[in-house]
Design a protein around this ligand. Structure first.
Ligand code: ATP
Ligand code: MG
Length: 340
């Protein structure tokens, strides 16, 4: 349907995705200015509070990470912002427009890459982009040049005329992202955009997302991969059972803690009494979960001697010391348990 230019025959180098000089969405919209203001947003399904009183802002030029385990409420929140499900309470304003009172206006301003692919497998990549572009009243030369530009951006220019059913998981994820951008949205909602892809494809997608951020876009990014969020997100929100546990930059979230390292002991017998360790001081918090003991400490080096004396009685115990990470902070905030 959409003819590919001669440039489409080039073989894309994966590491060049997103490096092209394109105005993809609407570059440099006053970085730092609030694009989305979420105010006490809630959603119940019967008795179940899937999202409860969630508030945060997303600014232009930032990747705002919404982090939470399976069932935390990430997709429910995204679908309310995308005006696909009505909130039970609260509201969100996109550049002053309410998702409750102006859903049609908001819908045209938002680009969503859903967790479950929103792609037609029997159509080609270019046809999918064309289909979604027409929904937003794009036509003719404007639409075909936009389709080509986006295929180029996501490194699919030489596969744009192939049916999506023949794409790998990583290619589908990249096309799913391109679909979200077709109408130059003012807010980009990415729901687990790297789910199910290999590490190289993940890096390719993260590079695209950073490029969009560097162009000044406001991006809401959900993931349950804490390590991914660590290297990517400018600010973060921990969501657990529909509620916000903490919001801030990674530095601010980690700086406010009284501990700075975590000692993990794997395989420690449940019979081992940890009271002598606690008595030493310097241990701020102890968690025991599924055969793993986590000690949240000020300085691990101060405790290694006494720890060795306890561990040396049991050769199967493995010890790991790590600086405090988002994952350990999240486990601490949720009491150390991943919930379904
Ligand atoms: N349509 C629905 N009807 C009833 N309950 C629902 C519905 N959609 C979601 N839920 C429930 O709401 C809660 C939040 O689900 P949601 O899909 O928003 O979580 P999530 O953080 O996106 O999880 P995941 O990481 O698995 O994608 C879960 O307990 C889920 O079972
Ligand atoms: Mg989800």
């Amino acid at each position: 349907m959409f003819a590919q230019s001669s440039s489409a025959q080039r073989n894309p180098k994966p590491d060049s995705y997103g490096d092209r000089n394109l105005t993809l969405v609407g570059a440099n919209r006053e970085p730092g200015k609030v694009a989305l203001h979420v105010d006490a947003l809630s959603k119940s399904y019967g008795d179940k509070d899937a999202v409860s009183g969630v508030s945060f802002d997303v600014r232009h030029g930032e990747i705002f990470g919404l982090l939470g385990v399976n069932g935390a409420g990430k997709t429910t929140l995204i679908s309310m912002l995308a005006t696909e499900r009505p909130p039970s309470g609260g509201d969100a304003l996109l550049l002053g427009h309410s998702i409750r009172h102006e859903p049609r206006t908001v819908r045209r301003m938002i680009g969503v890459a859903p967790q479950d692919f929103a792609l037609y497998p029997t159509l080609t990549g270019a046809e999918n982009l064309g289909f979604f572009g027409r929904i937003y009243d794009m036509r003719g030369a404007e639409l075909s040049s936009r389709v080509e530009q986006l295929l180029d951006f996501v490194g699919l220019q030489d596969r744009g005329n192939d049916r999506v059913a023949t794409y790998s998981g990583g290619m589908k994820r990249r096309l799913n992202l391109a679909v979200a951008l077709v109408h130059r949205p003012k807010l980009i909602l990415l729901d687990e955009p790297t789910a199910g892809v290999d590490p190289q494809s993940r890096e390719d997608i993260l590079k695209l997302v950073r490029r969009l951020r560097d162009d000044g876009n406001a991006i809401l990014y959900t993931t349950h991969y804490m390590e991914e969020a660590e290297g990517l997100c400018d600010r973060l929100c921990f969501l657990d059972q529909g509620k916000v546990l903490a919001v801030g930059t990674q530095d601010a979230l980690l700086r406010n803690l009284e501990f700075s390292e975590v000692i993990e002991l794997k395989g420690l017998s449940p019979r081992v009494d940890l009271a002598p360790l606690r008595a030493l001081g310097g241990i701020c918090h102890v968690e025991r979960h599924d055969g793993l003991v986590r000690l949240f400490v000020r300085r691990a080096a101060d405790l290694l001697g006494p720890l060795q004396r306890i561990i040396s009685r049991d050769k199967s115990v493995r010890l790991r010391i790590a600086p405090i990470s988002l994952e350990s902070l999240f486990l601490h905030l949720t009491g150390g348990e991943a919930r379904e």
